[in-house]
Ligand binder design. Structure first.
Ligand code: FAD
Length: 309
């Protein structure tokens, strides 16, 4: 069996693996796609000490750093079930392939995926004007016109954030009213360069073949089709944690995030979690990496305090 089995190979899982391996304990990583969300990222400019890199390169460096240690990497394998033997404390992870892995501790770092609008043009112009991360990509649209899709807290926060960087923001909400907290809505409405459209359904992302040029939407009160000219579309309609396989096993928040404390502990002894799949606020590479280190150190602490074989 492993001492620490990490499930997930993004920034949080890779960091957890490095921290665990450096303790000289048996460490394994199971990942569906080693690298995680950064594989889908273009420029990364907010990971301190690396002023500029690109997602695929960052992912390759994560993997090569993990490979400098004696870590058993099981790539293209998916964790499908987790259970803990109450008597021995041993944790089992069943893989979708049918294999079963056993470990004294587990760090779950399965990340999350952005909910997409599923309209024509969205996939085609991803990273060519369509983006999901205002903290990452806001500065790319300095002085330009953008739309934010979604009037929940993340959409309204994104619009407020972007209004300070871009020339103009149109916030588009499907429902008749915004769902964000009142304080955020007040702040939003006080900004001179923000328009809010409610009861509006985005129907297509428009582009010139190379980049985004606009957005088509339907006014749901009149059924009229309209369009906007702009350079960027920030989709903020939810982040879905990859935790479906843990329902009923670990405590999850109403959004499906694994509930963790400040040390990365979950509701099950010996099981820790880190990164975008957890309730840790702010979903960013540097935050995910830091929480991966925390979870691995907590797992090591758990091992030296228990007498599981
Ligand atoms: P992830 O990166 O999501 O990795 C999860 C890992 O778990 C993957 O290896 C996945 O294959 C694996 N996995 C999932 N389910 C299972 C399973 N059941 N079994 C086994 N493995 C599983 N952040 C920044 O700080 N700066 C940026 O510039 C930036 N740009 C971004 C651009 C885009 C387009 C996107 C989508 C995100 C961006 N982010 C950025 C956010 C950042 O990528 C995430 O916060 C970060 O990757 C989270 O790391 P993680 O390790 O928690 O999860």
């Amino acid at each position: 069996p492993f001492d620490v089995l990490v499930v997930g190979g993004g920034p949080s899982g890779a960091t957890a693996a490095v921290y665990a391996a450096r303790k000289g304990i048996r460490t394994g990583v199971v990942a569906e796609r080693f690298g995680g969300q950064v594989l889908d990222t273009m420029a990364i400019e907010n990971f301190t000490s690396v002023s500029y890199t690109e997602g695929p390169r960052f992912a390759a460096e994560l993997e090569s750093q993990v490979r400098q240690y004696d870590v058993d990497i099981m790539n293209t394998q998916r964790g499908a079930k987790l259970s803990r033997d109450a008597e021995s404390g041993m944790i089992s992870v069943d893989l979708a392939s049918g294999a079963q892995l056993r470990s004294r501790t587990v760090v779950i770092s399965t990340g999350a995926r952005w909910r997409s609008m599923d309209v024509p043009g969205e996939a085609e112009y991803r990273n060519k004007g369509v983006t999901y991360c205002p903290h990452c990509d806001g500065p790319l649209f300095k002085g330009k016109r953008v739309a934010v899709i979604g009037g929940g807290n993340s959409g309204v926060e994104a619009a407020i954030d972007l209004a300070g960087v871009v020339s103009h923001v149109t916030l588009i909400e499907f429902d008749a009213e915004l769902r964000a907290d009142q304080v955020l809505q007040r702040k939003l409405r006080s900004l001179p360069n923000v328009d809010v459209l409610v009861s509006s359904m985005t129907t297509e992302v428009l582009g010139d073949g190379g980049k985004v040029t606009g957005l088509a939407y339907k006014d749901r009160t009149t059924d009229e089709q309209r369009s906007l000219e702009l350079d960027g579309v920030f989709v903020q309609i939810g982040l879905l944690p990859n935790t479906e396989w843990l329902e009923g096993v670990l405590d999850l928040s109403p959004r499906g995030e694994i509930v963790v404390d400040g040390a990365g502990r979950t509701s099950l002894p010996g099981v820790f979690a880190a990164g975008d799949c957890t309730t840790v606020p702010f979903k960013q590479i540097v935050v995910a990496a830091g929480s991966g280190a925390t979870a691995a150190l907590s797992a090591f602490d758990h091992i030296i305090r228990t007498d599981v074989p």
